[in-house]
Write a protein that binds this ligand. Structure first.
Ligand code: DGJ
Length: 795
């Protein structure tokens, strides 16, 4: 077994397959960060000398650490962690206040332990290691005056080039309590070197917009204060060089295994040093720790690649698949589902649902999901959250009766729940108004007509576990969509009120810990249920949720043209098996946009896949096409879900998207190209394949799609013997029997040729001559390509 962590005297080095991370204990017993980047070879403490920063004097109006070290000002050091009060005035890692109100800390190195294996955190989810045990470095630091211990934990996931970090504060006082006001999860001090920070921000139905900021001076903060990881600012961030592309250049990436308020700050300090910290958002956060007790910060995930964003993403993807997602569905075929939400919203009854299920079965769908509206008196979003019993007017045979009928059709049954919430108009609220996050005597700001249950209260946690156990056991339920549709306001816990005025500042973190207790217990009790996270779409898309639920509904916007960008951006930090995508109706319910059915499929297929539309209203042609889509997805499902996903550079355009996903054994790949808006006479496109084996032979083919003559409007008259008016009944009639041929692409060559030369696709329609060699590639068009290894027998 290889040892990935080495200690040479005061020098510590953590190696993954392609990266090295190192720091040392200084004479003053601080931790100086030395290096994080491409793998380097250092075999002794002396060989690392050159990495140490040389400090001969403290410049200008900086503050000396102490009078014995007149050359040391902590503001100028690159540190593994930092605190306020001893000269470093940059973004701190830790702030702890004692009973005397002092918040200056001075944590100094005490000891380090290198071990194998990873224990579970007590209060939070974390990455988990493989059979042989992950390499673990624990560094213990002590603030002797305050009697507080700070533990830094490093875990080295060699194969995925990922290092995770977490921190823990232990109150070593015998009788005094302390208050943690901030405890970050990681800190990385680099030399400022023209870095670009990328964050993924958005809103409801507009998740994961990619934003880039040149980090030259000052501080940039990416954070959430919604009580969730949020659609406003995903906790995944990247720091790259300006010239980094999808396949070349340096990039660091960070994520956090946490589902609550998070904080990522990148500060470019005056001394040309750049600091990254990530962790729990310190805004309105405080946690009291009694004597002898401890506080755990969430685990931060870091990776580095010298080969561009794609390789960085592959590191993150493999790490998430191998060390975050767990349980039966980790690598399983996720079922193709039909979800009832956009098909009927709240307006359904058993017979309507069964018709939809029957139509779904006919096209090859595997799982029927009953979304919101099945419980209490829920005919709209104003009531009944908390009343988790069937609405017998809609479902006279209950969930069990419905599930049995759906099973009899040959489909599995799945259900939507929103357990963390309560409507004021509900039996639960009438019984327990004190169970929600709100002040009893102050007006409350409602969101979607609902309130949040107080998961810092153990009684509420137990209630949810038992209520959901009852629901999940009430029928043959194979899948659960766990929704959470509002953000926090009026932070106030009636349960915490007894613990003094500052206890309310613990609420947001205690809520998240309560949520994890519930998820842990329910996934333990129901290991065969496939759970899908959801929070008004992607309002809680993070590694904390993925530690329990292997997939998350990525956005309430199902429009393929929005989704192509969102899924492209999710893919920077998350593997495609983790985000779910559905083919929905057109005009799309969120944008009213019309996109071709094949484009809706071509985008949704690169994810955990399903449908969310009223199949009963669809034409035979559409249903036939859906049948074919489902056959394709079933044939290539493992590759779509778990293959290596590559993006293509889009620096100069937002118009064109290309993806390719390649099976682990490199025998199969599927490519996709999508154009948002057409420009006349831009007719040439090339598809440079990625990820294939150089010397193997591959057959490249396309999905041939015949085009409806309606797409050509009155241009059809250039071919037609009779005049056909656009949008006329005659056009409609002719379109039933005549269609335009789709282009065919068939090429056989080696992986290296396809990857270096690129496939010159057939010319796209450009205002002239359409025939079976011309690619129909108009607004919102897309194409799917199949690349399969061809074993050529040698004579
Ligand atoms: C928000 C979800 O994101 C939707 O998919 C749907 O489940 C609704 N909630 C139901 O209220």
């Amino acid at each position: 077994m290889k040892d990935m962590i080495k200690q040479y005297g005061n020098y510590f080095q953590l190696d993954t397959s392609n990266t090295t991370y190192s720091f040392r204990v200084t004479q003053t017993k601080h931790l100086e960060h030395l290096y994080y980047g491409e793998k380097i070879k250092i075999d002794s403490e002396d060989e690392a000398d050159f990495l140490y920063e040389k400090h001969e004097f403290a410049a200008g109006n900086t503050v000396l650490y102490n009078n014995d070290n007149v050359n040391l000002t902590l503001e100028d050091e690159r540190l593994e962690f930092s605190s306020y009060g001893k000269g470093d005035i940059r973004e701190p890692f830790v702030i702890v206040t004692g009973e005397d109100g002092l918040f200056t800390s001075d944590f100094l190195f005490k000891e380090a332990k290198i071990t194998k294996g990873k224990e579970k955190f007590k209060t939070l989810p974390g990455s988990y290691d493989m059979a042989e045990g992950v390499d673990h470095l624990e560094v213990i630091l002590l603030d002797d005056n305050a009697k507080i211990e700070l533990q830094l934990h490093y875990f080295v996931y060699e194969d995925t080039d990922v290092i995770t970090r977490s921190a823990k504060i232990v109150n070593r006082n015998e009788d005094k309590s302390i208050c943690v006001e901030r405890l970050m999860s990681t800190q990385l001090d680099l030399d400022a070197d023209d870095y670009v920070l990328t964050t993924f921000n958005g809103a409801w139905a507009r998740e994961m917009e990619k934003h880039e900021f040149k980090v030259t001076a000052g501080k940039h903060v990416n954070s959430s204060y919604t009580g969730t990881s949020s659609s406003r600012a995903n906790p995944f961030i990247m720091l790259s060089k300006e010239n980094t592309t999808e396949d070349f250049g340096e990039v660091y990436a960070f994520n956090l295994i946490y589902s609550g308020n998070h904080y990522e700050a990148v500060e470019c300090a005056s001394n040309h040093k750049l600091r990254v910290v990530t962790g729990i958002n310190p805004t309105n956060f405080m946690f009291k720790i009694a004597a002898g007790e401890a506080f755990e910060a969430p685990e931060a995930v870091m990776t580095y690649s010298a080969k561009g964003f794609n390789e960085m993403s592959h590191n993150m993807h493999e790490f998430v698949r191998e060390h975050i997602t767990r349980g039966k569905y980790k690598y399983a075929n996720r079922p193709i589902l039909i979800n009832s939400w956009e098909a009927s919203y709240f307006d359904f009854n058993e017979s309507k649902l069964l018709k939809l299920a029957k139509a779904a079965k006919d096209v090859g769908i595997e799982l029927f999901v009953l979304d919101d509206g099945w419980f209490g008196k829920r005919d709209n979003d104003k009531c009944s959250l908390g009343d988790w019993f069937e609405n017998t007017q809609k479902l006279p045979n209950g969930l069990e009766g419905l599930a049995n009928k759906i099973n009899a059709l040959g489909l599995d049954f799945g259900l939507w729940v929103e357990p963390e919430m309560v409507n004021v108009d509900s039996e639960l609220y009438r019984m327990h108004p004190e169970w929600c996050v709100s002040h009893p005597d102050k007006p409350h700001s409602e969101g979607r007509n609902q309130r949040i249950l107080d998961l810092s209260n153990d009684e509420v946690v137990s209630y949810i576990i038992e209520a959901m156990t009852k629901v999940f056991s009430s029928a043959n339920i194979k899948y659960v969509k766990w929704d959470m549709n509002r953000i926090f306001s009026d932070y106030y816990s009636n349960a915490l009120a007894q613990r003094g005025v500052f206890a309310q500042k613990e609420l947001s973190h205690r809520y998240v810990m309560g949520l994890y207790k519930i998820m842990e217990e329910l996934t333990r009790r129901f290991p065969d249920i496939l759970f899908e996270g959801c929070s008004a779409g992607g309002n809680r898309f993070d590694l904390g949720i993925l530690s329990y639920f292997p997939q998350i509904w990525a956005s309430d916007d199902t429009d393929a043209i929005y989704r192509v960008g969102a899924q492209n951006n999710y893919s920077y930090g998350y593997p495609q098996s983790c985000y779910t995508a559905h083919v929905s109706a057109c005009p799309n319910h969120q944008t009213l946009r019309e996109t071709p059915l094949d484009t809706r499929f071509n985008v949704a297929a690169f994810a955990s896949f399903g449908y969310e539309c009223n199949l009963c209203d669809m034409s035979k042609e559409e249903l036939d096409e859906i049948k074919e889509q489902i056959e394709i997805y079933k044939k290539y499902r493992q590759v779509f879900l778990y293959g290596d996903f590559y993006r293509y550079d889009r620096k100069n355009t937002d118009n064109l998207y290309q993806w390719i996903v390649v099976s682990k054994d490199k025998t199969t790949a599927i490519g996709m190209i999508l154009q948002k808006l057409v420009n006349a006479n831009t007719t040439f496109n090339m598809f440079k394949l990625k990820g294939l084996e150089n010397d193997r032979k591959y057959l490249f083919t396309n999905r041939v799609i015949k085009q409806n003559i309606k797409n050509f409007g009155d241009l059809i008259n250039t071919q037609s013997p009779i005049h056909i008016k656009n949008k006329s009944f005659l056009q409609h009639l002719v379109s039933k029997f005549v269609s335009m041929p789709g282009e065919t692409e068939v090429y056989l060559s080696s992986g290296s040729a396809f990857m270096k030369g690129g496939v010159k696709l057939t010319q796209a329609y450009g205002a002239t001559g359409y025939n079976d060699k011309v690619r129909y590639f108009q607004d919102f068009s897309s194409k799917m390509y199949f690349i399969e290894e061809k074993i050529i027998e040698e004579n």
